[in-house]
Design a protein around this ligand. Sequence first.
Ligand code: PGA
Length: 250
Amino acid sequence: MRKKVIFGNWKMFKTNKEAIEFIQDAENKLKLPNNYVAGIAAPFTALSDLKKVSKNIIICAQNCHFKTNGAYTGEISIPMLKGIGITHVIIGHSERREMFAETSETVNEKLKSLLNEGLTPVFCCGESLEIYESKKTIDFIKEQIIKGFKDIKDSDAEKVIVAYEPIWAIGTGKTASPEQAQDVIKSIRDILSNIYTKDVASKIIIQYGGSVNPKNVNNILSQPDIDGALVGGSSIEVSSFLELFKTNEK
Ligand code: PGA
């Protein structure tokens, strides 16, 4: 059975002090249901200290460079992250694709380098409002996945976490309905089945992201192909982050 993996994504929020206070408080109060995994993607400045105070919450990075080292001013490499114990890294978030010239080609390089180093990539994909309205979502996502997973072998592909985040739902308060999200995520699993095998695709964790909050999370996670959530706004306060883990299943 695939686990339910809920990661908060703080984006460019929280000083180191605020980040530490959050994780200490959340670790004290978190009641993780069976089969659930919790994580927070924090800014680079907080990662090292958060690794020291976290216990059950996985501390993730929000980006990385694909080269080991070099003249890349302002960048952070995978060995640097690995050196402080980071195991999970978000790549290809739509905000990075839109504002920081991230392409499917660079996302593919990052995916390959992370897997080579034994880290878990959280591979983001998702369509704009324009593509959604012109009903080209699946074609668009298919291209992002084919390019993103180029030269990734079966045994590595199954280790990737995919996050489907329609851009029109990020930070807008507009969520895809659970059924809409299920349809696209089922298609993502079919695309992965075609590239790899059904068995490989059935092991891949696929999250939904885009205005997930404590009220809608359980309906979204009850869909058969949705294995978790990537959560921005509702992961900023400890109380709403913790509420994401209050399931109906207990
Ligand atoms: P949101 O962000 O939950 O604030 O919509 C999600 C994300 O960008 O990962």
